[in-house]
Design a protein around this ligand. Structure first.
Ligand code: CAA
Length: 463
């Protein structure tokens, strides 16, 4: 039985910090954010929003858009790394909020859990729910996978440049209008690592930035090796002489902690795929220098410590992305997927799916006929695991993609002053004192502090 994504919705909070304001306050060149990282605006939550609110709002959006009734939905998963409770799952809060609109108990039949593995858990949730559908367990019902996160780093840290907030909901079924998953090729790589993690009780992560960048690249490449083997073994892709598996994937969507990380990762994969092919000679000629080799391949630490190699390698990459060979691939397969991320920033679990949403809209706007095109998804979660899977755009996709307009979907936004940003970041304003008035949205009313009910959250749907 086929399984795939029937529809996709995005919810982005309406406050943002502009990269230029941020840079001027932090004494940085704005070009470091805009050009170096690919961050123009970072979405911020209001004082009365938490990751469960974002999840409920995007869930309501996709339900209403598709005129679904609660009885049509068999599973509701929420994937996040911004968990608000050590035990109670985020989807239970979402069910509670949705029942304020649809009636008490109407989702009782529905199953689901919160999943966690940094930014990759949404991809595991998609995979599990696709298999629930493939196994014939869905009984004609939809699964909804929501990915929702608030990326918040310590003030003054290098991670502070890559914040953001938002949620994406994906509606899955056995006759999708948008994308059908390729069967038996989802590929994973996993390793116990401390590149980025958030110990229990801490509201911001501990980050080893450059280590996390390199680990992301390595893990995604490991997963691609497995994908390549599976794609050939299952007969999905036949890789001819002089070809790479990437020649058979029309579009790539990458996890985007910041938009330029997608470009970096794509270049890394191409470089490793092209190295053994005849075309590599002309690429190296165009780069104008030999590809550097590390003195000691050992560990990520030894590679990072090998400063001379890292510098040469950085230089090589900078030149590689300027070659016509790279630019052709980049413009054809990746560029459209990076656009929405520059407006929103990092949304952890949701970043990969915002990139998919972005590619659909901007490729369609370019006049591309997407029917039958294969999308590859490169998911990465710190800690660490990567997952690669793929799918093909369905013939009826236009019905879903034609109305897409990310600017309209985000809605009117308010640019925060730097002072307001700091107040929100440091939780100096309470949920009862939001920056914005909202309507037709769920908001957080308060969090109980009494010993018997500590941590209980009240939400309301603002008509
Ligand atoms: N003009 C133009 N570009 C500039 C510039 C300027 N004035 N100044 C710097 N740049 C460029 C740099 O050259 C660099 O680009 P290249 O790597 O392509 O050369 C880019 O801007 C960033 O500069 P730095 O590497 O010096 O930045 P940094 O070390 O201060 O911070 C970071 C970058 C490590 C990503 C940091 O923001 C961070 O720690 N972020 C959080 C962790 C993260 O996002 N890791 C990504 C992988 S892990 C993951 O993906 C999971 C997740 O979601 C967190």
């Amino acid at each position: 039985m086929p399984a795939g994504i029937d529809d996709i919705a995005v919810y982005i909070p309406k406050l943002y910090v502009d990269a230029t304001d941020f840079a001027s306050q932090r004494g940085l060149d704005p070009a470091k954010l805009q050009k170096g990282l690919g961050v123009s605006q970072m979405a911020m939550v209001d004082t009365n929003q938490d990751p469960a609110c974002l999840a409920a709002n995007v869930c309501l959006k996709i339900i209403q858009k598709n005129n679904l009734k609660p009885a049509d939905i068999g599973r509701l998963y929420v994937s996040t790394e911004s968990s608000i409770d050590e035990s109670k799952a985020m989807n239970s809060y979402v069910i509670g909020m949705l029942e304020q609109v649809y009636g008490s108990g109407v989702f009782e039949h529905c199953g689901g859990v919160e999943t966690k593995f940094a930014c990759v858990s949404g991809s595991y949730a998609l995979y599990d729910n696709a298999n629930w559908i493939r196994a014939g367990e869905a009984d004609g019902k939809y699964a909804i996978v929501v990915v929702s996160d608030i990326a918040k780093y310590d003030m003054g840290s290098s991670g502070e440049l890559t914040q953001g907030a938002g949620a994406v909901a994906m509606l899955l079924n056995d006759c999708p209008r948008l994308l059908e998953f390729d069967p038996r090729v989802a590929s994973t790589s996993i390793k116990d690592e401390y590149d980025f993690y958030r110990p229990t009780g801490k509201s911001t992560p501990i980050v080893h930035g450059q280590y996390s960048n390199l680990l992301y690249l390595i893990q995604v490449r490991n997963a691609l090796e497995i994908y390549k083997r599976k794609a050939q073994e299952t007969g999905l892709i036949e890789i001819g002489q002089g070809e790479t598996v990437l020649d058979h994937i029309d579009y790539m969507c990458m996890h985007l902690p910041y938009s330029n990380m997608g470009k970096k990762a794509f270049a890394y994969l191409l470089r490793h795929e092209w190295r053994s092919l005849p075309r590599w000679k002309s690429v190296v000629d165009a780069v104008g220098m030999e590809e550097p080799i590390p003195n000691n391949i050992g560990t990520i630490e030894t590679i990072l410590e090998d400063r001379a190699f890292m510098e040469k390698d950085h230089h090589f990459n900078k030149r590689l992305v300027e070659t016509k060979e790279f630019k052709k691939e980049y413009n054809a397969k990746l560029a459209s997927s990076l656009r929405a991320s520059t407006m929103v920033g990092n949304i952890y679990t949701a970043s990969l799916y915002l990139s998919f949403r972005s590619a659909l809209e901007f490729e369609h706007n370019r006049g591309t006929d997407l029917a039958g095109k294969r999308f590859g998804f490169c998911s990465y979660g710190s800690g660490s695991s990567a997952m690669i899977f793929s799918g093909v755009i369905c013939p009826q996709y236009r019905e879903v993609v034609e109305p897409m307009n990310i600017t309209a979907e985000i809605g009117e936004r308010r640019r925060l002053t730097f002072e307001e940003y700091e107040i929100i970041h440091e939780n100096k304003r309470l949920p009862n004192n939001p920056m914005l008035d909202t309507s037709k949205e769920f908001v957080l009313v308060d969090v109980n502090t009494s010993p018997d009910s500590q941590g209980q959250r009240r939400y309301v749907y603002n008509e």
